[in-house]
Design a protein around this ligand. Structure first.
Ligand SMILES: NC(=O)c1ccc[n+]([C@@H]2O[C@H](COP(=O)([O-])OP(=O)(O)OC[C@H]3O[C@@H](n4cnc5c(N)ncnc54)[C@H](O)[C@@H]3O)[C@@H](O)[C@H]2O)c1
Length: 255
């Protein structure tokens, strides 16, 4: 891809002071985008956010961090207004924040249901409602939503429900927002760097997953971030409403 593909473009990435969101922020900056990163407002996260800001600025683009709790619609509103005040225009949204919880429904408390649904799913509706009108007016926009392999199984509780919702809202928004804006989702399988968190409560997960994987390795954060950048590139101008599964073939249904 051209080195400065997103020169002059501005991106907002939620949940981006660390992990996949941070790598995505750095990747879009490497391709020339100025980036606003968002995350929760804690001192520990702020320190991680500062490190990401330094990495972004090293590419010669602008960067800003806006802490906001995406589970509160007033906070999402403030985040989007601040993003516009900072950069005047947002061209790319990556709705990345998406907490994981696979408690069985009978053990799930209502607060957790709300948290998982609000951040994974409702936040997409809220950021899009705030920022899509100016994208349409500017004649160009890209929205990338984070889905997950869990959307394609039925034993991952409310996380499955939220991620199925992500796939469906991606299709509905694609219909609503064309031709200026494309809306797509990425559904990673297990991400390599996040394995320790999963292995903690499912020690055989890695072995079972690998046994099903034709490519025999897990996808990395950098690989997903590059695919997000690709989808925002002109090569994908006619792709919208799609949910792209990236899992090394481990999640191909079989009997
Ligand atoms: N990690 C994986 O293996 C995996 C697999 C498939 C899909 N995904 C999806 O990819 C995305 C990123 O995954 P990850 O593991 O890097 O995420 P993560 O769990 O590390 O969270 C990313 C960031 O989101 C922030 N966040 C949480 N609640 C927030 C809130 N209310 N407001 C603002 N920020 C908040 C966290 O503080 C964190 O820094 C998520 O949507 C996730 O569902 C991840």
């Amino acid at each position: 891809m051209t080195e400065k593909l997103f020169d002059g473009k501005n991106a907002l990435i939620t949940g981006a002071y660390r992990n996949l969101g941070a790598v995505t922020a750095e990747t879009l900056a490497r391709y020339g985008a100025s980036v606003i990163i968002n995350d929760l407002d804690t001192p520990e996260l702020a320190a991680e956010g500062d490190r990401v800001l330094d990495c972004i600025r090293a590419y010669g683009v602008q960067a800003a961090a806006v802490p906001a709790d995406l589970s509160k619609s007033s906070e999402v509103h403030r985040l989007c207004r601040q993003a516009i005040e900072t950069f005047k225009r947002i061209d790319i949204i990556v709705n990345n924040a998406g907490p994981f919880n696979i408690d069985p429904y009978l053990e799930l408390n209502e607060e957790m249901w709300d948290m998982v649904m609000d951040i994974n799913l409702k936040a997409i509706y809220l950021t899009t409602r705030e920022l899509a009108p100016q994208m349409k007016a500017n004649g160009w926009g890209r929205i990338i939503n984070m889905c997950a392999g869990s959307a394609f199984v039925r034993n991952h509780g409310v996380y499955t429900l939220a991620k199925v919702g992500v796939q469906v809202i991606t299709e509905s928004l694609a219909l609503e927002l064309g031709p200026e804006i494309t809306v797509n989702a990425i559904a990673p399988g297990q991400i390599h760097e996040s394995l320790p968190a999963i292995t903690q409560f499912d020690p055989t997960f890695s072995e079972r997953y690998m046994a099903r994987s034709p490519v025999k390795r897990f996808v990395t954060r950098a690989e997903i971030a590059n695919i997000i950048a690709l989808i925002c590139s002109p090569a994908f101008d006619t792709m919208t409403g799609m949910t792209i599964q990236i899992n090394g073939g481990a999640e191909i249904p079989r009997f």
